[in-house]
Design a protein. Sequence first.
Length: 195
Amino acid sequence: MTSAAVALWNSEAPAFDEAPDHGLRDPEVRAAWRDLLGGVLPPAPADVVDLGCGTGTLALLLAEDGYAVDGLDFSPAMVALATEKLAGSRATVRLGDAADPGLAPGSVDVVLCRHVLWALPDPVEVVRRWVAALRPGGRLVLVEGNWSTGAGLTADRCAEIVGEVCSQVEVRHLPDPALWGREITDERYLLLARP
């Protein structure tokens, strides 16, 4: 990851949790994310790696539900906030690059990544690395979007990328304002894949 990208996300860290879908401070938004993820993850206790975990909000949510979660982010400021947030939980966090997280083959049940794949170079190769880390029956869970800012991936393009590696790919569109704390007009979705 470039030093400019690290500097950008370090600068975003202090206010990152203010967005309803980042901090999950609103009980309705938190419940919506719990329901969404509970509908696609295997039962706890499963081993989940949360790549590009930011301040660790999803890692904490899953740890509260009995999952063993390993968060990873390339921003030292994000990792510091996540470390504080996750203290005393079943989740851990470490500094690292989601594009090449150094996961051992067959080491996790779920690779979870939210709003990260769109920004990574060579996304097919990245997905190949992530899928290699899955145990038999494992799942790749991506939350992505084609945002009003012009950034992101369309659901069709994301499915095409993941389809290069996985035989089972399912896209679920996420227009529900309960997930975002507001009405949205752009494309947001969850992609569930199995090798």
